[in-house]
Design a protein. Structure first.
Length: 176
């Protein structure tokens, strides 16, 4: 086990890790998911609730991963990226817009744009992340995605404004 880093503030490290990425593809992938699903979630929850939820979910997902991996060889691995927070946005979207539809690029010979139910796209994404946790491998902290998604779903359930009914997404977001 590595000794603690002198002067390190774990809570601050978990927060700042949300703004560091492993490369351009990691950053672009996170921004794409945020661009597609974020505006609709933000429109429903409001800017302040969305921002505080996004940051809190990211930190909670990071800590959840650290707790689950403590005592394993992966416990000393650096964890970077906003993937837990982004996964939280996906979980929140699914909770707030259970009948929403998204355009997905489906690779059948060519990439065909198909309009699919959000529950199908996000459900398959979640199952893939959950399966990847058990299969291990390529250095991606899939458990952060799973924790973030579930936490985002719960956050949207708890933070939804009073009197707000679930339904189709507003026209403010790309994911409708």
């Amino acid at each position: 086990m590595l000794p603690a880093t002198p002067g390190k503030i774990p809570e601050l490290s978990a927060l700042t890790a949300l703004f560091v990425h492993a490369g351009w593809l990691h950053l672009i992938g996170n921004l794409l998911f945020l661009f597609v699903f974020g505006p609709a979630v933000e429109a429903r929850l409001g800017r302040i609730r969305f921002l505080t939820g996004y940051l809190a979910i990211g930190v909670l997902a990071t800590y959840g991963y650290a707790l689950a991996e403590s005592g394993t060889p992966d416990a000393v691995r650096a964890l970077v990226g906003a993937s837990g927070a982004i996964a939280g946005v996906l979980g929140a979207y699914l909770r707030l817009y259970p009948r929403g539809r998204v355009t997905a690029l489906v690779p059948l010979l060519l990439f065909l744009p198909l309009r699919l139910p959000a529950w199908l796209v996000l459900g398959l994404w979640f199952v893939l992340q959950f399966w990847s946790v058990t299969s291990g491998g390529d250095g991606v902290a899939y458990l952060v995605h799973v924790i973030g998604f579930v936490t985002g779903w719960l956050f949207a359930w708890a933070a939804r404004p009073a009197g707000d009914t679930l339904g189709a997404p507003s026209r403010t977001g790309v994911a409708q």
